[in-house]
Write a protein that binds this ligand. Structure first.
Ligand SMILES: [Cu+2]
Length: 226
């Protein structure tokens, strides 16, 4: 084989290897959690019940130590996903079971309830702001949808709680939790980014890496369509 032919062969093999690596990387990045569908079976004009939970550690899967959201699908299964398909112009009644402890607020703004009128309740009690002036109680996470002007601080389980949950999905009957309820209108069709704004990615730079940057854990999309 001539020198030129060998060079060409090596180039082709190298390009092939690079292509494979790029493909593998892209398919890794494309690997999204499943959509949770609240549109199929929805009766127009009736509210959608969106039941969520936040956990301090997933306890299994790709990242067992990460904090996470989970959603209860209409069939009652807990799904590890933050991509939720919602019908447009519909009242969304949210019940969120919060199982995690507090992370100090870096900005008191995220302790304020906005965008859901006076509907916000913690364990049935109406509140409009959660002050996180100590590390024993306060805010665990937020549910924030910037384009809708929604910020929901999630009241934390106190650090004195004994029966804390470490493996998701957590259960109300066995683990310490807070119940947060509110409602909002899904509005016009669109993809609405939502995320937690408490830097809860422990062990990452400023708490903003890992679960804070990964769809399926501390952020996702409200996929609103007609
Ligand atoms: Cu969080």
């Amino acid at each position: 084989m001539s020198r030129g032919a060998r060079l060409a062969l090596v180039s082709v093999l190298f390009a092939g290897a690079v292509g494979l690596m790029v493909f593998a990387g892209m398919s890794y990045l494309r690997r999204n959690p499943p959509n949770v569908d609240y549109i199929a079976g929805h009766v127009p004009g009736t509210p959608v019940h969106l039941t969520l939970q936040t956990v301090g550690t997933m306890g299994h899967g790709a990242h067992p130590t990460w904090v996470s959201y989970l959603a209860k699908a209409p069939d009652g299964r807990w799904v590890h996903s933050t991509l939720w398909q919602l019908p447009a112009h519909t009242r969304i009644d949210v019940t969120l079971y919060e199982y995690d402890g507090a992370t100090p607020l870096r900005n008191q703004t995220y302790g304020r309830v906005t965008g859901v009128g006076t509907s916000y309740r913690v364990n049935g009690r109406r509140m409009s702001v959660i002050k996180a002036d100590s590390t024993s109680t306060g805010v665990a996470h937020t549910f924030t949808v910037p384009r809708m002007g929604i910020n929901i601080p999630l009241y934390a389980v106190p650090s004195s709680a004994k029966n804390t949950c470490s493996v998701a999905p957590c259960h109300r009957s066995t683990s310490a939790h807070e119940v947060i309820t509110f409602h909002f209108n899904s509005g016009a069709p669109g993809q609405y980014r939502w995320q937690c704004f408490i830097p809860c990615g422990a062990d990452w730079l400023d708490g903003n890496g890992g679960p804070m940057q990964t769809i399926g854990y501390m952020g996702g999309f409200l996929k609103v369509s007609a």
